[in-house]
Design a protein around this ligand. Structure first.
Ligand code: ADP
Length: 447
């Protein structure tokens, strides 16, 4: 402060001193001339400095603070300090904003900032993808012009945002979105969008599954209830009664099979890897599966088993036995009497291969990708008539997933099918030199 006064008074004091000297030497007139000239010079100097300051203040915001002289040097220095502090604060704010924006951009959910008139102010890339927006093009546009689904428009106008609304994505109709409005600030709103396609699919699968199980149980239960009514209301002779009981037993067995398959599936789905993993010899398992097939066929098919390489397999023996058994049982059930079924095991550089080939009814190409879905059947009545639950291949699929194995299906309607299980090499170990081993069972009825 002292410095400002001192510097500010230096020029007037110098003029006064010169005026006193001029007055003493030349008289009052000379003194007055010096004072006038000095005052004009001082005012002109101050105005010139003021003009420079005004030019700077009106100029580019980034222009550096000019250097002043005399008393102005102090004012400019103070100004410079202020500008520097403001720049530093702005830089901090910009950094904080950049961090906030990159955080919002990285969110797995879509975020749109809406102004008080529901116009788009900002959107992150996820929201652009979900809602088909382009921020450069759509900034400032009303959100209702961009997201036109009637469910969303009535949600926005209703004003009750306690729950989200579910809509189909504008860009990809197969994507289901959950959109929720979150009010913030003064009458501003955030629109949050979330891709719930998978959640929806799981919920739909659960609903379908419950409906399917109920439907599968309903049929045998209705039949059983009917027979119970007949047995209690109608006088039947012994032969009729026995027939009734046999049919009831069939229905009870089909329910038992369904429940057993459901339990097997749920056990398989609840864990990622086989429950009891061990190294076991594959040949006895193949012989047992083949024997079961022959028992099921009851001599109606020609069943052969070819073992290319004896090997040990690392995995869940019971699970693989059930998967192989399901494939073999399908071959028997979907191959008319007199047909041929070939079971084949071999070891390849890629691992172990077990295939079941039949010359049965075959499957049209469009059904093949869906065969392992629960309760998917090509021919419902044939499946039921042969005691199928519609869950066999779903069980196979889950067993194979747990063994990192794959199922390959080749089939042609009217010609037959081949189901091949491919086990990865790390699960298969050849135990001795390849030895071709074939066992054949020829049906009495084989043509
Ligand atoms: P299901 O208990 O009905 O046999 P699966 O899951 O085992 O159920 O099989 C699903 C469907 O695949 C069957 O309903 C049948 O239509 C078809 N399928 C399976 N194996 C064969 C096969 N070897 N030949 C013809 N169709 C088959």
């Amino acid at each position: 402060m002292y410095s400002i006064w001192w510097r500010g008074l230096m020029a007037p004091l110098a003029v006064a001193a010169v005026a006193v000297i001029a007055g003493a030497l030349e008289g009052l007139a000379a003194a007055l001339v010096v004072v006038a000239a000095g005052a004009v010079a001082i005012v002109a100097w101050q105005l010139w400095q003021l003009a420079a300051l005004t030019r700077w203040a009106r100029g580019d915001i980034e222009a550096p603070v000019p250097e002043g002289r005399g008393v102005w040097a102090l004012a400019y220095a103070a100004l410079y300090r202020r500008v520097r502090m403001r720049s530093a604060r702005q830089r901090d704010l910009r950094l904080a904003l950049d961090r906030f924006v990159s955080g919002a951009e990285a969110l797995p959910e879509g975020v749109v900032v809406l102004d008080r008139s529901d116009r788009v102010e900002w959107a992150n890339p996820r929201a652009e993808a979900h809602l088909g927006l382009d921020l450069e093009r759509d900034a400032g546009a009303p959100i209702v012009n961009l997201v036109r689904q009637p469910a969303f428009i009535s949600y926005l106008s209703r004003g009750d945002f306690s729950e989200p609304v579910v809509v189909q994505s504008t860009r990809e109709t197969s994507t289901t979105l959950s959109i929720q409005i979150v009010p913030f600030g003064v009458e501003e709103r955030l629109l949050m969008s979330r891709d719930i396609t998978r959640l929806e699919a799981v919920a739909r699968m659960r609903r379908d599954f419950i409906a399917n199980v109920s439907h599968e149980l309903k049929t045998p239960l209705t039949v059983l209830a009917g027979f119970i009514e007949t047995l209690s209301d109608v006088d039947l002779d012994e032969r009729q009664r026995q027939r009734c009981l046999a049919l009831m037993q069939d229905q009870a067995k089909s329910m038992q099979r369904l429940v057993a398959d459901l339990l097997a599936l749920s056990a398989l789905e609840s864990e990622q890897s086989p429950a009891h993993e061990s190294e076991f010899a594959v040949v006895p398992l193949l012989l047992a599966v083949s024997a079961d097939a022959k028992a099921l066929s009851a001599g109606k098919h020609e069943i052969t088993l070819t073992i290319g390489d004896a090997a040990n397999v690392l995995g869940g023996r019971d699970e693989l036995a059930s998967a192989f058994g399901n494939l073999v049982s399908n071959a028997v059930r979907y191959t008319p009497e007199g047909g041929r079924i070939a079971l084949d095991w071999r070891v390849t550089p890629e691992g172990g291969e077990f295939s079941v080939s039949d010359n049965g009814i075959g499957i049209a190409t469009e059904h093949i990708p869906r065969l392992t879905e629960r309760f998917y059947r090509v021919d419902r009545s044939r499946s039921r008539a042969t005691g199928g639950t519609g869950l066999g291949l779903a069980i196979v699929k889950h067993v194979l997933i747990r063994h990192q194995a794959e199922l390959v299906v080749d089939s042609e309607p009217g010609k037959g099918s081949r189901f091949t299980v491919r086990l990865p090499a790390r699960r298969v170990k050849v135990v001795r030199e390849p030895a071709e081993q074939t066992s054949t069972s020829k049906s009495a009825a084989a043509s």
